[in-house]
Design a protein around this ligand. Structure first.
Ligand code: GLU
Length: 449
């Protein structure tokens, strides 16, 4: 059931539905933002006159293209790839590439739309975009991944540039894929344009702490939400869904800050380890061996693996959804709250359904939406661009410090904006309005574009 919007906003939403049929995730992301913008139009009526919301909901440019490639047996496969260049009011389009069989235009548009506000929240000069393909990297050889990436970049390169559009990784795209993509870009353009891609390897223009940044940033955000409630992570029990890049580094930072993480997962099942997750083992299984998380329970005494298990049934103080969109529904949220969970922060993009968010808000628990809580990844990408532009390479400590300051700043801005708009403690209101105002003011200043 969707909540009806403000009378000025409902027609805008209906138009989005009509113009983008079948793109459910995109509809959901737009609705979630529009729900919070009523009071903004009252305070800034000129934004309605300039039709800023209607303009923001329409991507500046959408690219859809064919990616043909050959597998190791010589068989030909055809995938579809996307790059949605959503908004460049604050800087070049910025956002990752996702390789997953579920990818279609509606997913890339929801991600690109969220990216606009998330990137604005970082206070760094980056616009919003996103891309990806329905290619499934699971079970593919290294050579197949390389051929796919090269084929994709053979088309995409013409749309990119350090001042135009700067992709990075997302689900299914890590340093290996970024390497193949960047390599092909360099070859075609004959330019060593480091700033055209982020998430690069440390030997060839990457930033220290970029790999850790999304997960670390989410936990820094949790720390700030807890501080605002005069609490800390020390001694708290956490559960983290997923076991990819975001989840691994969320677990690492949570453990460093004194929490005990007892569960994580992948798309096949969950592991519960009451002694606390052995992160070294997770890293070996996932980052080196690229195996399923079930291998953890085979190697670690006392840990249990539940195939198709629901991680949100594990009692905890802090829950960090770090896997994928709509992975935590209203029922899960009720269960979490009933079992004593007081804090939720989204390491993934839109992992909580609208029903789940309502449950958290009704229970007045601390809930950090992804636009704010997982902005550390893209913020550190912007720091990577800064290093590339000045041909510099910062230390881990310095980069992590910058990341922490950015997360503290995002938290403070969201917190204060929520207060200002009469919704104290509501980080959804805080994040949406802060991001929206920044982008809209830039758009108005630049005329009708
Ligand atoms: N894919 C990440 C996100 O959802 C990072 C994007 C980037 O670094 O450009 O924000």
């Amino acid at each position: 059931m969707t909540v009806r919007l403000d009378e000025k906003l409902e027609p805008i939403y209906q138009d989005v539905l009509r113009r983008n049929p079948g793109e459910n995730e995109f509809h959901q992301a737009v609705h979630e933002v529009l729900e919070t913008l009523g009071p903004v139009l009252v305070k800034y009526p000129e934004l309605a006159e300039h039709k800023v919301i209607q303009r923001i909901c329409e991507p500046e440019r959408q690219i859809i293209f064919r990616v043909p490639w050959q597998d190791d047996q010589g068989e030909i496969h055809i995938n579809r790839a996307f790059r949605v260049e959503f908004n460049s009011a604050l800087g070049p389009y910025k956002g990752g590439m996702r390789f997953h069989p579920s990818v279609y235009l509606g997913i890339i548009k929801f991600l690109g739309f969220e990216q606009i506000f998330k990137n604005a929240l970082t206070d760094l000069p980056i616009g919003g975009g996103k891309g990806g393909s329905d290619f499934d990297p699971k079970g593919k050889s290294d050579d197949e991944i390389m051929r796919f990436c090269q084929s994709l970049m053979t088309e995409l390169y013409r749309h990119l540039g350090e001042y135009t559009d700067v992709p990075a990784g997302d689900i299914g795209v890590g340093q290996r894929e970024v390497g193949y993509l960047f390599g092909q870009y360099k070859r075609i353009t004959n330019r060593y344009e480091s700033g055209v891609f982020t998430g690069k390897g440390l030997d060839w223009g990457g930033s220290r702490a970029r790999k850790e940044a999304t997960g670390y940033g989410t936990v820094f955000f949790v720390q700030e939400m807890l501080k605002a409630r005069k609490e800390s992570l020390e001694g708290k029990t956490c559960i983290v869904s997923g076991s990819g890049n975001v989840a691994i580094y969320a677990i690492e930072k949570a453990e460093q800050l004194g929490a005990k993480v007892i569960a994580c997962s992948d798309s096949s099942g969950i592991i519960v380890d009451e002694k606390g997750i052995d992160l070294k083992l997770v890293k070996r299984i996932k980052e080196v061996e690229r195996r399923r998380i079930s291998a953890y329970a085979e190697e670690r005494k006392g840990a249990k693996y539940v195939e198709d298990g629901n991680i949100w049934g594990v009692p905890c103080d802090v829950a960090l959804p770090c896997a994928t969109q709509n992975e935590l529904n209203g029922k899960d949220a009720k269960k979490l709250v009933e079992q004593g969970c007081t804090t939720v922060a989204e390491g993934a993009n839109m992992p909580c359904t609208p029903e789940a968010i309502r449950v958290f808000q009704d229970a007045s628990i601390a809930y950090g939406p992804g636009k704010a809580a997982n902005a550390g990844g893209v913020a550190t990408s912007a720091l990577e661009m800064q290093q590339n532009a000045s041909r510099d390479f910062w230390t881990f400590q310095y980069t992590e410090k910058r990341l922490e300051e950015i997360m503290v700043n995002i938290h403070r801005n969201c917190y204060e904006t929520a207060d200002e708009f009469g919704a104290p403690g509501n980080y959804v209101v805080g994040a949406n309005i802060t991001g929206f105002l920044k982008v809209s003011k830039a758009m108005v200043a630049m005329g009708l574009i």
